[in-house]
Write a protein of this length. Structure first.
Length: 162
């Protein structure tokens, strides 16, 4: 990895971490655990589309590790890791079959995959299927949040190309 590439990935990780930290300060209007905008995902969608899988994975893993450290909550690490990796897989798969104008579609499915990963982690950690009751609500919030973050990433991508 070159110094330029490492610096770029570090800066993108810092941007994603700032978005993650700022978002943690925003009160969520619905009392459902796990519902949030996922603003840091904008960086990951952009990274997948412009830099590729390896850089996006590095940015994601560093942001998750640092985010858990800054949040002071080890459980955030498990939930974010499960959701983030599944989300990244969805982005990488969908990116192959969509056009640059359909980045928002990738982001919607990535947000749903993220929620599925978090629910899977919750089932594994709690050893209870009761948390599956949250999944329909998280899916709806994932569609809304993914649409928003996907449009943001798509806008950034369009600005880069022009």
């Amino acid at each position: 990895m070159t110094a330029r590439r490492l610096t770029r990935d570090a800066l993108l990780t810092a941007v994603a971490l700032i978005l993650f930290t700022v978002e943690a300060q925003i009160p969520v209007p619905v009392p459902i655990p796990g519902v949030k905008l996922g603003l840091a995902n904008i960086v990951n969608v952009w990274a997948v589309c412009t830099l590729g899988a390896w850089d996006a994975l590095c940015i994601l893993l560093c942001r998750i590790a640092l985010g858990a450290f800054f949040a002071g909550n080890l459980m955030v690490l498990f939930y974010s890791l499960a959701g983030g990796l599944l989300s990244l897989c969805a982005l990488l798969l969908l990116r192959r079959v969509t056009t640059p104008r359909q980045v928002w579609v990738c982001a919607v499915f990535a947000a749903i995959a993220h929620n599925a990963g978090q629910i899977a982690a919750a089932v594994w950690i709690t050893r209870s299927l009761a948390v599956l009751a949250y999944f329909p609500f998280l899916t709806i919030s994932g569609i809304i949040a993914g649409f928003f973050t996907g449009l943001c990433a798509q806008y950034l991508l369009s600005r880069r190309l022009s």
